[in-house]
Design a protein around this ligand. Structure first.
Ligand SMILES: Cc1ncc(COP(=O)(O)O)c(C=O)c1O
Length: 343
């Protein structure tokens, strides 16, 4: 069967050099490469020994599960319109996790104001929905998850606040199981197409990522991160975002947001009547849009229900992939699905 055009997944291998490997690569000062982003929570918790952990209700289940495993007191907070975290309850001695939502919030003044307002506490910016070359939050912990953007199987890049002594870190062990996880990546390359890879990728994530232990990043991932053209991936993804902005209606809550230089968002958010249905229809055209986080509809460790703003993100928002160029046919398919024209 001839390869079918597909959108969704991660960038393919392009050699280059991570230009800032002194601080956002691996092993530079002020940077710790863990095996997954969720493990940043344990590193920060075990190092800082906070009184409480503050987490957004509207976040990835894996962060909530990681927090629950710590056995710490966890307090959940809501987002207001425009992703602004309601951090009114933050106290000194807390560790407060704030999401850079979809990699789009970093330049937003109200979001920055909310982050600054929590400075009585230690703050961890969850920057996993951004691929980012800059050290943006010099007085916060922050974390990225390169495997959502790049062909690596693990990695949680923690950037430490400038005043955090590295000698005080309670680092996990180094264990390396990465070669066991590489097959699906290389098969996609051997076949010269990703047309069979994305479904495998999702299956792989379901089956294997959950079981990666708290550890340092694998040597495989470290070497790939140093070899990949990360700056080029960011440039391309930014260009695709701007291109889609001219061709599709960006989600109304994001209209005012700008892209930060040197960073790429996870996807292009569009508003639809029913995200679950629209996702299935797009997948029939091999356009793999992402939802955040559908599993919250089936019970949430946060306890309380999501508020109306958060629910609309869960139920009525799709993120279109930025890993490949969207051709005219695909664009029409997306238009049809957004406008509900397609049966
Ligand atoms: C906002 C957010 N934080 C954290 C994570 C977890 O990242 P990792 O899988 O690298 O632990 C995810 C995963 O999708 C996420 O969306």
């Amino acid at each position: 069967m001839p390869p079918v055009n597909e959108l969704g997944g991660y960038a393919l291998f392009t050699a280059g050099a991570w230009p800032h490997h002194d601080h956002l690569g691996v092993g530079g000062p002020g940077v710790v490469a863990l095996s997954l982003a969720r493990h940043a929570l344990r590193l920060a918790h075990d190092t800082l020994r906070p009184r409480r952990l503050l987490l957004p209700h509207y976040t990835c289940h894996s962060m909530k599960a990681a927090a629950a495993r710590l056995g710490a007191e966890v307090q959940y907070y809501h987002l207001g319109e425009g992703f602004i975290p309601d951090l009114g309850g933050v106290q000194a001695g807390d560790l407060c996790v704030v999401n850079n939502h979809f990699g789009l919030a970093a330049l937003d003044a109200a979001w920055q104001h909310a982050l600054a307002s929590a400075s009585v506490a230690q703050r961890l910016v969850d920057n996993t929905q951004s691929l980012d070359l800059e050290r943006r939050w010099p007085d916060c912990w922050s974390v990225q998850s390169p495997r959502k953007f790049l062909p690596v199987t693990d990695g949680g890049i923690v950037v430490l606040p400038e005043d955090q002594p590295e000698s005080a870190l309670r680092l996990p062990e180094a264990t390396d199981q990465s070669w066991q996880r590489m097959g699906w990546l290389f098969r996609a390359i051997d076949e010269g197409t990703r047309s069979t890879s994305y479904a495998e990728y999702l299956a792989y994530r379901r089956d294997q990522v959950q079981n990666i232990p708290d550890a340092l990043a694998s040597p495989t991932t470290r070497q790939l991160l140093q070899a990949l053209d990360v700056a080029g991936v960011i440039r391309q993804r930014q260009a695709r975002f701007e291109d889609l902005r001219h061709r599709l209606p960006l989600h109304p809550s994001c209209q005012h947001l700008k892209l930060a230089a040197g960073s790429s968002p996870i996807g292009f958010p569009v508003q639809v009547a029913d995200a679950a249905q629209a996702q299935v229809r797009l997948a029939q055209h091999r356009i793999f849009a992402i939802r955040y986080w559908p599993e919250q509809a089936h019970g949430d460790q946060g306890g309380d229900e999501l508020n109306a703003f958060e629910r609309s993100w869960r139920d009525q928002t799709l993120f279109l992939p930025l890993d490949g160029d969207c051709d005219e046919v695909q664009l029409q398919q997306v238009h049809d699905v957004i406008s509900g024209a397609q049966r």
